[in-house]
Design a protein around this ligand. Structure first.
Ligand code: ADP
Ligand code: MG
Length: 397
């Protein structure tokens, strides 16, 4: 994988950087600028090398056309506040007249932020030609490309994959740091290696279990994913999250785990509520006694203790997906217990996933107490599955 140094002398050169600036916004106000701050060192390295830096990114899920609520203008403004010594400008479009003239006139050592990539249908198009045409326009703005948006690196998008094929390219510092951490997880991890899986994107995540059965020593399952396991064991799961079509696959995972000596730790108790609401009546029930009209929204206290105990002797821990609906206080305790166990552990601990990282922050944990908090859940899971994310593979060509 090429690094920024491999791009050679960058003085005066225009460098297009794909960053991950998908920050949470509340009425146009940035509520957490973590991703912007994390992106600064790569831009700074390029600016220090004398480059003209052109930053592109997406925000939210606009539908391939301009939508003011997803404008990157507030992000550009925040970048200007954080990079005090640098002139930061903003183009009102991505590859249109403003972007082209602003990029052409951009002085050395200054930074230009382009408008949201996803205001253009070509960015996310499934059609190679449409994506390619948009990538041609993006590539024409610059003489080199740096991939630094780890959160998007598993997406087959124009700014991630196609542009890299059109310009001299390199991985930025953020992407390199993530790749390094993932290597520590996949290439002879310190043992015991424990993985905690939860969250709500169940079908996305079940696949990673299969790969982990070949590398992890224990897999702890919580969150919305657990009900597919409980159901596979023949238990009632009520109205809880369930992937009916994955039951056979899950039974297969349980068998493989037994054969290979991988310990699968499932909760023994569940917080079952009458409705998906913070103020709904709820109680702790045995995991095999969830009422038909109940929704499981967290692992119970007995399970929290068992999960913490299972993590205590681990040397490596990877965690993706909250144990419950942590956004609502009554269902946040399982997630808190896992986070606390990781903080207390001497293991190399990695948190992957947007919501898992947000949970760590909103529950008041010090991010520095973890070995690494990844900015990209999907990309880290794909790497653990053993397939290099599409946007990383292209950087090695
Ligand atoms: P990540 O972003 O860390 O990869 P996901 O996006 O898969 O995690 O899932 C995060 C979401 O999962 C959270 O918003 C949380 O409320 C939800 N969740 C966790 N447990 C449950 C559950 N038992 N039922 C429904 N949703 C759940
Ligand atoms: Mg998520």
């Amino acid at each position: 994988m090429q690094t920024i140094r491999d791009l050679g002398d960058l003085r005066g050169k225009r460098v297009l950087v794909r960053s991950d600036l998908n920050v949470p916004l509340d009425d146009g106000r940035i509520t957490d600028d973590g991703r912007i701050r994390a992106s600064i060192p790569t831009w700074q390295q390029l600016l220090d090398a004398g480059a003209r830096v052109i930053v592109c990114a997406h925000l939210g899920r606009p539908k391939g056309e301009p939508d003011p609520q997803y404008s990157l203008a507030p992000v550009a403004e925040r970048i200007g506040e954080l990079l005090l010594d640098v002139d930061v400008s903003f183009a009102a479009d991505t590859v249109g007249d403003d972007a082209r003239s602003s990029a052409a006139d951009l002085p050395e050592g200054e930074l230009l932020v382009l408008e949201n990539l996803r205001f253009n249908p070509g960015e996310t198009s499934k059609d190679d030609d449409e994506r390619g045409a948009f990538a041609d326009e993006l590539a024409s703005l610059a003489e080199a490309y740096v991939s630094d948006g780890f959160g998007a690196v598993h997406r087959k998008h124009a700014s991630v994959v196609d542009v890299a094929q059109r310009l001299p390219h390199a991985a930025g510092g953020l992407v390199r740091a993530e790749v390094e951490v993932l290597r520590r997880l996949t290439d002879q991890p310190a043992r015991p290696y424990a993985v905690v899986l939860g969250g709500s994107k169940v079908s996305d995540k079940l696949g990673v279990i299969e790969a982990l059965l070949g590398s992890a020593d224990k897999i702890l399952v919580g969150g919305g994913m657990v009900f597919t396991f409980l159901k596979a064991q023949g238990h009632e799961v009520g109205k809880s999250l369930l992937e009916d079509d994955q039951l056979d696959a899950v039974r297969g995972y349980l068998t493989t785990a037994r054969e290979r000596g991988v310990e699968i730790v499932l909760p023994t108790d569940i917080v079952a509520a009458e409705a998906f609401a913070a103020d709904a009546a709820h109680e702790v029930v045995a995991a095999d006694a969830i009422g038909a009209d109940r929704i499981g929204l967290d692992i119970g206290p007995e399970s929290s203790s068992a999960f913490a105990a299972a993590l205590a002797d681990a040397a490596t821990v990877f965690w993706n997906g909250p144990m419950g609906v942590f956004e609502m206080e009554p269902y946040s305790h399982g997630t808190r217990a896992v986070a606390q166990a990781m903080v207390d552990s001497a293991a190399f601990t990695v948190v992957g996933g947007g919501d898992s990282a947000a949970a760590v922050r909103t529950l008041g944990f010090d991010e520095n107490a973890f070995g690494h908090i990844s900015t990209g859940g999907g990309a880290s899971l794909e790497s653990l599955e053993g397939s290099a994310p599409t946007g990383l593979a292209v950087l090695s060509d």
